[in-house]
Design a protein around this ligand. Structure first.
Ligand SMILES: C[S@@+](CC[C@H](N)C(=O)[O-])C[C@H]1O[C@@H](n2cnc3c(N)ncnc32)[C@H](O)[C@@H]1O
Length: 292
């Protein structure tokens, strides 16, 4: 059961077993949900948009589709999905962070798009709607305690022959600078460690095919997404902004000290200013699977 408040175009639902939005403490996670991270997720989505659109087409998302955005964050992908499915389709976003949901709701109101948005902890709460044609899940499985529970919930929310599309890391350590930087590699190690210590698994894509099979799916397509980039490429801003924001976050969490952060920053700036520098990105695996 959920009680909900209906606005012009966006409906925000809140479960009975949570306190009201005003009194509820923001449900944070390892990367944080503050303004800097919210903005970074926007940049990240813009950089990745062309690859995402290709995946969505392969997964069959089209006008009239009913789509679930799992762990939607501030809803950057949700906006694109709502535009694609149009008035004949529908989009539902589920997300744990109240901060992100507020932003998501404002964006959809601004654009006059209809989206149902629910405050849901995917590890505890049910997904409040079902009958979806496609579920989209990006960079969420790597942060949850049980990806098995997540896959099962997605399966339950899809209709009989529904499709799920994941973008998750399969080799986070493919993130390398050339010339090599000891400090960037140490940063990557620290990020992976911090996710694991809070119940996540960076390379979760490696576990998804088994979990999908166990939960009644068959994998229909996969695509590795890894790029060799230069400082002038737009995609360079993705890892660069992640380093900047996450150095502050790791410092705030007391995991590293200011001197360590400066070393990472200095190496990144040197690469930024070196026309011969290159970077390979953390490898994402696109996995498309169908319920059978
Ligand atoms: C890296 S962000 C990705 C957001 C969005 N999928 C995107 O690609 O822009 C990870 C998101 O997962 C959400 N999340 C993590 N654990 C969750 C949980 N147990 N239930 C619901 N959302 C969760 C976080 O709040 C955050 O918005």
């Amino acid at each position: 059961m959920s009680k909900y408040k209906e606005d012009n175009n966006t409906t925000t639902h809140q479960h009975d077993n949570t306190t009201t939005r005003n009194t509820m403490k923001e449900r944070d996670y390892i990367l944080g949900t503050d303004k800097a991270e919210l903005d970074r997720l926007g940049l990240q989505h813009r950089i990745w948009r062309s690859h995402v659109l290709e995946g969505w087409q392969k997964a069959g998302i089209t006008e009239g589709s009913r789509v679930l955005d799992v762990g939607a964050g501030p809803g950057y992908a949700t906006v694109d999905l709502a535009e694609i499915v149009g008035a004949q389709g529908s989009v539902v976003a589920v997300e744990r962070s109240a901060n992100y949901l507020n932003y998501l709701k404002a964006q959809h109101e601004l654009r006059g798009l209809k989206v149902n948005a629910y405050e849901v902890d995917l590890m505890k709460d049910d997904i409040p709607e079902d009958g979806f044609d496609v579920a989209w899940c990006r960079w969420v499985s790597c942060f949850v305690d049980s990806p098995d529970v997540l896959v099962k919930k997605i399966g339950d929310a899809l209709h009989e022959n529904g499709t799920v599309i994941f973008h998750e890391y399969s080799c986070y350590k493919s993130w390398r600078l050339f010339p090599r930087s000891q400090w960037q590699e140490s940063f990557t190690d620290e990020v992976m460690k911090s996710w694991r210590e809070t119940g996540g698994e960076p390379d979760i894509a490696l576990e998804l095919p088994d979990l999908l099979a166990k939960n009644g799916f068959v994998v229909t397509a996969t695509r590795p997404l890894v790029f060799a980039i230069r400082p002038t490429d737009y995609m360079w801003q993705w890892p660069a902004s992640f380093i900047e924001i996450n150095l502050n976050r790791l410092l705030e969490l007391g995991r590293v000290d200011a001197e360590w952060c400066d070393k990472v920053r200095t190496d990144l700036q040197a690469a930024d200013n070196n026309p011969n520098a290159m970077m390979t990105t953390p490898m994402v695996l696109e996995i498309i699977a169908q319920k059978v």
